[in-house]
Design a protein around this ligand. Sequence first.
Ligand SMILES: Cc1cc2nc3c(=O)[nH]c(=O)nc-3n(C[C@H](O)[C@H](O)[C@H](O)COP(=O)(O)O)c2cc1C
Length: 499
Amino acid sequence: MPSRALATDSALHTPLCDLLGCRHPLMLAGMGGISRSDLVVAVSEAGGFGFLGMARESPALIRAELELVRSRTRALFGVSLVPAATPARLLREQLALCVELAVPVVGLFWDVDQEVVARLRAAGIVVVHQVGSAVEALLAQEAGAQLLIAQGVEAGGHVRGQKPLRQLLPEVLAVAHVPVAAAGGLVDGRDVARVLDQGAQAAVLGTVFVATQESYAHDYYKQRLVQARAEDAVLSEDFHLNWPSHARVRVLASSVTRGERGDSRASRLQVIGEESGRPVYLFGTDSPLRSTTGDFEAMALYAGQGVGRINQLEPAGRCLQRILGEAVAHWRLIHEDEMELSSPVCYAADVERDRNASLIVRLDELLAAERAGARVALRSLAESSDPVLRKVLDAMHRDAVRWCAMLMQAIRRLKGQPGMRTGAFYEQAMAVPDLHKRLALLNHGQNWVIRKLCELLVMVEDPGLRQELGDMQQAHENNQLRVASLLESQGRGPDMGLS
Ligand SMILES: Cc1cc2nc3c(=O)[nH]c(=O)nc-3n(C[C@H](O)[C@H](O)[C@H](O)COP(=O)(O)O)c2cc1C
């Protein structure tokens, strides 16, 4: 049995790798039907982290697949479940089995189920939750998820949110105090380097691993992926049987998505194939597996928007190594200047390092405060129906997201690791039930940030960072004025007795 290599031998190592016990920040998505033991073992042995896609599967199959993985690798792995799409009794059995077999990690998707998260956490299982919005990220995190996957609308399979990954990821990062991985349309090393640079701690890959030798997909499905163009991957609500209603999936366009097979809501159940002795229905969520027979064209051929860049079927380990190599090369390209700067070992470099260390501490303090601001604004937005208030809160949320992203990038440029803390201000502000009073408190918080920025600007020499921090200061001053005049216009004094 191969031994697990040291967890630090990856050029792109992140703290998430330590949490999951993998070498590289590359994760195989828990794709129902597709991510079975062969694929999980291949990905794990190549240093990535694999999820068995076990949504709606029987305890017998889960047990068998788990034993197969454990007989072939010592790597840690996860089991992926979808509580909202699983009958209650089956879900109870699946959870009991995960506990009995001491599954190290469970991945969850769709509605956040607090009880399920609590049950898994109580058994010592690491809980990962895939989310499609910042609000959902907060819910999952508050329920106890220890790692979030931000799923962009580009993703293959069931798609939870509406936003492209480049927009969603900073929003989730801004409110998360747990590590965040990114999913949706990622197929090569350039994609991976980009999301890592944005602050994700790993990339989650689905479609690209369907098109590998070890995936459990039928050859017909794999070939269709290799031939497809990006625009062939469309969103559809037509594959809906057994799932919460109006769940959208991204699939290759077909006779079903074009409406040529009739109205997916009105039709009676129609069998179009067979999978291990059970029927496969038209408009069902099954995709063609190695063991499926029937009318494959009308089945769900899940594919993300990156599908146009998948041109070959590869062994999964080789695929992962290729993506990793490309990602390291792109990472170096993005960070070339900083690497040159940091190489000479001399006294000047020591001084520089010390100065950077104290800068990092201050930037991190601001990051925690901005994260608190982003969370308060997002929460308050969800509570408010007043359009004027909502407009201001929305602008504050977007601003805070922007500054969180900027601060994280600045910290990484200084060779630091952005912290996960949310400032204590979050608890203080959320303890204030009146939204106007909370807004006034937020304004006090902005004041604090402005003061800290003034102190910081004196220390910063790098013109780029000076400019960014100056912009941040200006934006906070503008927001402060806007909030003060809103409170005044609504007959509330700017301080509301808070000072
Ligand atoms: C074939 C397929 C099946 C999927 N099944 C599941 C699933 O059972 N549970 C889940 O959480 N996500 C599932 N997903 C979504 C993935 O978790 C992930 O968000 C997606 O694959 C990322 O986008 P990409 O496919 O473009 O890489 C599936 C995706 C695909 C392509």
